[in-house]
Design a protein around this ligand. Structure first.
Ligand code: FMN
Length: 162
């Protein structure tokens, strides 16, 4: 995998929903791409249920995992929401967002409510670009630290930023 060249990097959780289904997944192909307005980009495999839900609802939430969510991130990144309820299995709490249908993750360090600006195929993945409408909580109220991840073989390590 050529993408191994880019570790370590941040992994986030991305949630999306339809009237029937709420789901979230782990995403390491993620980055901010504009400050004003705030815009993020992420890349999801074409088979991802989360991608389906995002392209249908045109909304999503990016939850930045806090310390201690390694196992939850791993679970969300190794099983599809086609088969399980990931919020329940990962013991994460969905919370109503202010401006989008996708849920916030209560346990996360921060949550970003986003609306889709575009999505474009890029090989086996699709790149989704979204404007950030809301950020929770404000900087001064954030507790703990976000996690960075380093993937070595099949092992996932979480460690603090310095
Ligand atoms: C740490 C980590 C990061 C991941 N990053 C991505 C990613 O950036 N894009 C992607 O499509 N899949 C990524 N995956 C794999 C998906 O999360 C996985 O295929 C998931 O089962 C898709 O779930 P869904 O069908 O419910 O959307 C990652 C997995 C892990 C463990």
């Amino acid at each position: 995998m050529f993408s191994e060249l880019f570790y370590p990097r941040q992994a986030v959780l991305v949630s999306a929903s339809s009237s029937e289904k709420t789901n979230l997944t782990a995403v390491e192909y993620f980055m901010p791409v504009s400050e004003k307005p705030p815009v993020v980009a992420l890349s999801l495999h074409n088979t991802s249920l989360t991608l389906d839900l995002i392209c249908t609802s045109m909304e999503f939430v990016v939850a930045i995992p806090s310390e201690g969510l390694n196992e939850a991130v791993l679970l969300c990144g190794t099983t599809s929401g086609k088969y399980i309820d990931k919020f329940a299995e990962a013991r994460l709490t969905p919370m109503r967002a202010k401006r989008v249908s996708a849920p916030l993750v209560l346990e996360a360090y921060a949550n970003l409510e986003c609306k889709v600006l575009s999505y474009n195929s890029s090989g086996d993945h699709t790149v989704v670009v979204g404007e950030v409408l809301e950020i929770h909580p404000p900087k001064e109220e954030r507790e703990g630290e976000p996690l960075l991840f380093n993937l070595g073989g099949k092992r996932l390590f979480g460690f603090k930023q310095h």
